[in-house]
Design a protein around this ligand. Structure first.
Ligand code: URA
Length: 435
């Protein structure tokens, strides 16, 4: 094997010369065993950001990062699936989709992350349930998946450890927004989880990493070829993040909203969106044909089986299972304030990034990884983009621990909503499905 020098990698990437597979493997080994200086890795990351990588380099990086730690495998009697969202505001789809999948006979072992910055994370949402434990041993994780059909836990320390180290550097060197690096980061973890079928929800818009369709499509294309290279099937759904998903933003609030969909609120935009995602998942996993998949997913809700799966998962992971029947057991923060429409008109803009920022100010999110969050804080929206409103009607209700947090968030939320005299052009929630 030729001698490895990180400076050669930095120079080659800087000059647009592709690294060899062996160079990429050595680089990832050096990240994992801490033998490469962080300042040199930072320089290489910046070179990738500015010059990009070829598809082959991106796949090599993804697979080397996958192999930097444990790679799970599953021996179950039905298809094993996974779902990943690139991160958005009000995105509680995992809490709805995983129980539907389990009720329809496919497994979903789900490793999730915490929220950081203005986007939320499934782990925080679930921890708003009293007693719920997200740190599972591998044995407990496997047992819950096998008995209930799904489980949700934090990523274990040894799942793609190279990603953890690289992500921590990217976070502080302005090198997060590189499509090949995002692909390698997400897909190394997904492939290490060892599932056969992966559904990707690639968010596009103001509240997402990908601000436009062209970039979102490119990220989806790369993630799909990385999955196919590893013999997994993969469908990517490009979805709108110019507005929050559903009507609740904040941890306890989002669990409440997910429960209301599982309890039968199928006509809502969120309900229909989750049925579409579930139909894609069930079709990809081969348990339904495309024509019957949506009806099968709806049946899982109407029969109560999906809600029952959520109840069983919460119970198995130590949480209070009564929340599925009594969502008000999830306590909201004590201070609240309603924001009212300043004029008659239509909601033309409901800027999700600003709404996400306001939710952090209310205490529902964190700007640094070690910050505490207030599970009961957040925003309940009463209207959505396109709705007609009259002056004085409620637009949203904020919840926080302190009045001063409401004051700060109110200023941000006022600029997040624009009311116009004419109705805005409709904007579809699903931009495209890539399969
Ligand atoms: N989510 C990840 O896990 N990694 C990224 O790089 C971006 C989003």
């Amino acid at each position: 094997m030729a001698d490895f020098h990180i400076t050669d990698c930095i120079r080659k990437t800087k000059e647009g010369i592709p690294l060899t597979t062996e160079e990429i493997r050595s680089l990832v080994r050096g990240v994992t065993d801490n033998s490469i200086h962080k300042y040199q890795l930072s320089a290489w990351l910046m070179a990738v950001c500015l010059r990009g990588m070829t598809d082959r380099e991106t796949i090599d990086l993804t697979l080397a990062m996958r192999d930097s730690g444990d790679v799970l495998s599953w021996d179950l009697d039905a298809p094993v699936t996974d779902k990943h969202s690139t991160g958005g505001i009000g995105d509680k789809t995992t809490l709805i989709l995983a129980p539907i999948a389990a009720a329809c006979g496919v497994y979903m072992p789900k490793m999730s992350g915490r929220g950081l910055g203005f986007t939320g994370g499934t782990i925080d949402k679930l921890e708003s349930i009293p007693g719920f434990c997200t740190e599972l041993t591998e044995q407990k994780f496997r047992e819950t998946v096998s008995k209930v059909g799904f489980a949700v836990c934090r990523q274990t320390a040894n799942l793609a450890p190279a990603d953890k180290k690289l992500y921590a550097l990217r976070d502080v060197t302005e090198t997060v927004d590189s499509i090949p690096l995002i692909c390698a980061s997400i897909m190394s973890k997904k492939l290490a989880t060892g599932t056969d079928h992966i559904l990707l929800d690639v968010k596009v818009g103001s509240g997402a990493f990908m601000k436009n369709d062209a970039n979102a499509k490119e990220l989806a294309r790369l993630m799909r070829i990385a999955a196919e290279h590893d013999h997994r099937s993969c469908t990517a759904v490009l979805t709108d993040m110019d507005r929050p998903l559903g009507f609740c933003v904040g941890n306890a609030l989002e669990v409440q909203e997910a429960i209301s969909v599982l309890a039968g609120d199928l006509d809502s935009v969120l309900g229909q969106f989750c049925i579409t995602l579930a139909a894609e998942l069930l079709t990809m996993a081969g348990v339904c044909d495309a024509a019957s998949a949506a009806a099968r997913a709806e049946q899982a809700i109407r029969s109560g089986e999906a809600l029952e799966r959520l109840r069983r998962m919460i119970e198995a992971q130590g949480g209070d299972p009564h929340v599925t029947e009594h969502p008000d057991l999830l306590k909201l923060s004590p201070c609240s304030r309603v924001l009212k429409a300043p004029a008659d008109g239509y909601i033309a803009v409901m800027q999700s990034e600003e709404i996400g920022r306001a939710s952090v100010l209310l205490g529902a999110g964190r700007m640094a990884a070690d910050e505490e969050i207030d599970f009961g804080a957040g925003i309940r929206l009463h209207v959505t983009r396109g709705d007609a409103v009259r002056a004085g009607e409620p637009l949203m209700t904020m919840y926080a621990a302190k009045e001063s947090q409401l004051d700060e968030a109110e200023a941000v939320l006022r600029s997040a909503v624009r009311i116009t005299p004419d109705a805005p052009a409709p904007q579809p929630l699903i931009h495209s499905i890539e399969k």
